[in-house]
Design a protein around this ligand. Structure first.
Ligand SMILES: Nc1ncnc2c1ncn2[C@@H]1O[C@H](COP(=O)(O)OP(=O)(O)OP(=O)(O)O)[C@@H](O)[C@H]1O
Length: 244
């Protein structure tokens, strides 16, 4: 297992947002996380990335397992956990190419960056990334001119440039056209062949197309887990989420 969350609880002002939460993610796995508003999906990601500290529980990552609860947010990012927030934060007045180059450089020391030359190797990496996110034709366009979906893909590409081992993605389908959604599922499925990708999403059609194991959160714990068919037939999932 790449990530093991066990018995994690978080209380905000007496309210238990995460309640004895346990789940595991394998190293090349695509996982969807669904659940009603307030189920704890965002808080779960905040805990994994070190933004929120749980009151109890354990989170181990990698092999040998590192205790994430002892690490800072930046240290967690450095060991390969990337997070994509809902709103894209690309540099709009830079080209797609330059955004991707900057993302590649992010891990380098200040000295490396100061003496940075566009090596053939980096150009090749940027081209490969652009192909992976379907933006080859857009490489030299200003990022501000891209559609909402294309900006989201660019941001996914910028995260992939850092080569994360675990990528957390928050509601990628929001605001996308049906065609963009379809392409996004392709990008995420492909990305998850070589790393773990955890996708929080409300759109059930999108989740179905991801065609992966689904974890249903409710009141800060796992309510059900399994294939999309398994969880959508689960009466407790229908009661708290699907049937409403
Ligand atoms: N910093 C905080 N202080 C107080 N309460 C919080 C805080 N963060 C989250 N909560 C509460 O914890 C619960 C879980 O919130 P969380 O945002 O993780 O749910 P979610 O599943 O991501 O919901 P949504 O689908 O609406 O994004 C909610 O009831 C929320 O109000």
């Amino acid at each position: 297992m790449l990530l093991e969350v066990s018995g994690v609880s978080v209380t905000f002002d007496g309210f238990r947002a995460i309640n004895n939460l346990s789940f595991q993610i394998a190293s090349a796995e695509l996982r969807a996380v669904i659940g009603p508003n307030g189920a704890g999906k965002t808080t779960m990601m905040d805990i994994i990335t070190g933004k929120t500290r749980p009151d109890t529980g354990k989170i181990t990552y990698g092999r040998p397992g590192k205790n994430l609860l002892k690490m800072s947010e930046s240290a967690i990012a450095r060991i390969g956990i990337g997070r994509k927030f809902q709103r894209p934060t690309v540099f709009e007045n830079q080209s797609v190419f330059d955004n991707l180059v900057m993302a590649l450089k992010k891990n380098r020391s200040p000295l490396d960056v100061a003496f940075y030359r566009r090596s053939q190797e980096d150009i090749k990496k940027v081209e490969d990334l652009a192909a992976e996110i379907g933006l080859t034709e857009q490489l030299h366009r200003m990022s501000g001119e891209l559609s909402h979906g294309q900006k989201q893909w660019l941001e996914i590409g910028m995260l992939l440039a850092q080569d994360p081992k675990l990528l957390l993605v928050d509601e990628p389908a929001a605001g996308m056209t049906p065609e963009e959604r379809e392409k996004t599922t392709d990008i995420l499925r492909k990305a998850a062949k070589t790393r773990a990708v955890v996708v929080v999403e409300h759109d059930m059609e999108f989740v179905r197309r991801l065609n992966c194991r689904v974890t249903v959160l409710h009141e800060g714990s796992v309510l059900a887990e399994g294939s999309i068919d398994h969880v959508t037939k689960d009466q407790s999932v229908i009661d708290v989420y699907l049937g409403r």
